[in-house]
Design a protein around this ligand. Structure first.
Ligand SMILES: CCCCC/C=C\C/C=C\C/C=C\C/C=C\CCCC(=O)SCCNC(=O)CCNC(=O)[C@H](O)C(C)(C)COP(=O)(O)OP(=O)(O)OC[C@H]1O[C@@H](n2cnc3c(N)ncnc32)[C@H](O)[C@@H]1OP(=O)(O)O
Length: 139
């Protein structure tokens, strides 16, 4: 049988990688199934003029779900993610990204994430299904 590929971390993640010059460089903090980051997105990430691209918003929500899973001690891949875009996100607005995850079945983690603006208005929310690939070894 083919050996399963392991997930490698090389700090080039498009959303959070410190070494990726073209990435978003989001800084997540996470613990006990929760993850959080704050950031501002600029014009480089727009679709229509002045409005942040929905794909970028999706990537941030997905990443938040992954970090919530990491905080439970697992590296996962996203099997499914459903996104509801509630308001447009304007270029240059401060946002807060939060996620919560719990292990539902042996390999399945279900997560919810949202992006809010500084007035606490929900810009977008997501429900993700993550499949556990590896347990994180504590060093
Ligand atoms: C605490 C210290 C923390 C330190 C942290 C430090 C640093 C962190 C650093 C870096 C972290 C970096 C960033 C995070 C990185 C990235 C985040 C982005 C995430 C992604 O960007 S990731 C890429 C996109 N993503 C994919 O590339 C997936 C491609 N795809 C597949 O790889 C397969 O399609 C797979 C594996 C999904 C399914 O594989 P498969 O079909 O062969 O299924 P399999 O048999 O393995 O299923 C096993 C069990 O999952 C259940 N299951 C499967 N699918 C389901 C579904 N949709 N709903 C409900 N359950 C489902 C089955 O029902 C079964 O359940 P059961 O075992 O109970 O029967």
């Amino acid at each position: 049988m083919e050996k399963e590929e392991t997930l490698r971390i090389d700090n080039y993640c498009f959303v959070c990688g410190k070494e990726n010059p073209k990435g978003l460089k989001a800084k997540f903090i996470s613990s006990n199934g929760k993850a959080k980051a704050e950031m501002i997105l600029y014009k480089e990430y727009q679709g229509y003029s002045g409005i942040i691209h929905g794909g970028i918003i999706a990537a941030l929500l997905d990443e938040a779900c992954a970090y919530a899973g990491i905080s439970l001690g697992y590296y996962t891949v996203t099997a499914e993610i459903k996104i509801r875009y509630r308001k447009t996100l304007k270029v240059g607005e401060k946002i807060i990204i939060e996620a919560f995850a719990e292990q539902i079945k042996s390999k399945l983690i279900q997560a919810k994430a949202q992006i809010k603006d500084s007035k606490d208005t929900i810009i977008a929310e997501a429900e993700g299904k993550l499949i556990i690939k590896e347990k994180i070894e504590k060093s």
